[in-house]
Design a protein around this ligand. Structure first.
Ligand code: UDP
Length: 473
């Protein structure tokens, strides 16, 4: 008869991952789980929140390989929170209130699987309490943003004490080790108002980041080389940081081919600019009109994922559910659809972004600078126009345009003439556009190399899994 320890060691290692709301959190964690399964034979459970059970999310989860299961936590009552609570606050509160349910779930997994590690993502640090209570051996933090964002978070507790006033009022940019200087108003939106509970939550999460055994980051060295250098040096009290990106969605799974790809098939190579604002972003009507007219004026071909406007001032109105509730095309300037029908395609709410970016007809990306979209753009060699909306998108825009030079940034006025000029420059210009296109090509190469055998991302993940499996018993 076999010793029970040996039998245990033969079960596949299992990892539990908490996915805070948003496709931008789910997609990279699912991709990490896929890589762990394919390369290391690790199985995974993705734990999602009841608040995000949208059709898009359900079909995405259903398309994952058998080694990755998913389970939803029970619904939580958040009706006591003020109506203007930010998404960061909602996610953090939902997570904190779910600790008892999560403890039960993780305890169950410790009995039914060989659970070697627990991974929380950025707004889920309170869930570490559940992992401790359930006796999970290791706790990791997955940071779905980049090293710049991580550096800001790690420095926040100290800045909170040393900086009077608000970031948005700073006369000088913020200089942090290894980072491109970020003007105060461009620092991530959750840091911008000290009186908002969201800010306190961020200070809280920043402190709890330090409780993880290591921080896994979805970035790669070449896109922020100085930050990578700084964070690769061990620092007392700070967990080691592993750059394991770019983790991007590799394929569309079982989903049927979208009609917009058939449209792209009929366009010349590199002729189309793709326009999208992530899984939840939408524009106020006025900006939506300027963008529409700017695209028309540019004379370039375009494929635009259109959402209903956010006229109540919330640019992330669709965050929890990407499907627009009304027909978004009804909000466009009169006659635009008809006038642009030979050069433009307008897709309501959602498009298969990675396939659009991989298509040979696509030649540029007007993007909200959500980090997943940026990585997808770089992996597919797409130059960008940065049009940031919320969260850490403005500081990403600074880093991309002024750091590595892979994006043109349109100014906040965003009038149609300026948009048209930026689109033309990006797609065909011989000045800044040409420079951006060449910089992107170099970064695309570096991104692909990170993922090869012996590449930085592969090596980093190998090291993490070695810790999970060799030191566990
Ligand atoms: N996405 C997509 N189709 C869309 C909009 C978004 O497939 O129409 C995917 C996109 O490819 C990316 C994710 O949703 O993987 C958005 O993540 P990101 O970090 O860019 O932005 P967020 O949604 O968090 O603002």
């Amino acid at each position: 008869m076999e010793a029970s320890g040996t039998a245990e060691a033969r079960r596949p290692p299992h990892v539990a991952m908490l996915v805070t709301p948003g496709m931008g959190h789910l997609i990279p964690l699912a991709e990490l789980a896929k890589r762990l399964a394919a390369r290391h034979g690790v199985t995974a459970t993705l734990i999602t929140f009841a608040s995000t059970a949208s059709a898009t999310q359900r079909s995405f989860l259903a398309s994952l390989p058998a080694a990755i299961s998913s389970v939803s936590l029970p619904p939580v009552d958040l009706s006591d929170l003020p109506p203007d609570a930010t998404i960061e606050t909602l996610m953090s509160e939902e997570c904190a209130r779910l600790v008892p349910a999560l403890t039960g779930l993780l305890s169950g997994l410790t009995e039914t699987t060989r659970l070697v590690a627990y991974v929380a993502d950025l707004f889920g640090t309170d869930s570490f309490d559940a992992a401790v209570a359930a006796g999970v051996p290791r706790r990791y933090l997955f940071h779905p943003g980049n090293l710049h964002g991580l550096t800001f978070i790690l420095h926040l507790p100290e800045i909170d004490v040393s900086m009077p006033g608000e970031f948005r009022d700073l006369a000088e940019p913020v200089w942090l080790p290894g980072c491109v200087p970020i003007p105060g108003p461009d620092v991530m939106s959750s840091f911008q108002d000290k009186s908002d509970p969201c800010y306190r939550w961020m200070v809280h999460h920043a402190k709890r980041y330090l409780e993880s055994e290591a921080i896994l980051v979805n970035s790669f060295d070449a896109v922020e080389p100085d930050a990578a250098r700084v964070l690769s040096h061990p620092e007392p009290g700070r967990p080691p940081v592993y750059n394991i990106g770019p983790l991007i969605r590799a394929d569309a799974g079982e989903e049927p081919r979208a009609a917009c790809l058939d449209w792209l098939d009929r366009q010349p190579p590199k002729s189309v600019i793709f326009v999208s604002f992530g899984s939840g972003g939408s524009l106020p009507t006025e900006q939506m009109h300027e963008l529409a007219l700017g695209l028309e004026l540019s004379g370039q071909r375009f494929l635009w994922v259109v959402r209903s406007p956010s006229d109540e001032g919330t640019v992330n109105a669709n965050y929890y559910d990407a499907e627009s509730k009304k027909d978004p095309l009804a909000y466009l300037p009169e006659g635009l659809v008809e006038r642009t029908k030979d050069v433009g395609l307008l897709v309501p709410s959602w498009a298969p972004q990675t396939e659009v970016l991989a298509h040979e007809a696509t030649g540029g990306f007007l993007v909200h600078c959500g980090w997943n979209s940026v990585l997808e753009s770089l992996v597919h060699g797409m130059p960008m126009i940065a049009w940031p909306l919320f969260a850490e998108q403005r500081q990403n825009a600074v880093m991309l345009s002024e750091g590595v030079g892979v994006a043109l940034r349109v100014q906040p006025t965003k009038m149609k003439e300026e948009i048209a000029a930026a689109v033309r420059e990006l797609m065909a210009g011989q000045d800044k556009g040409a420079q951006v296109r060449s910089n992107v090509a170099a970064l695309q190469k570096a991104a692909m190399e990170a993922l090869l055998e012996g590449g930085a991302a592969t090596t980093a993940l190998d090291e993490v899994v070695r810790k999970w499996t060799h030191e566990y018993c």
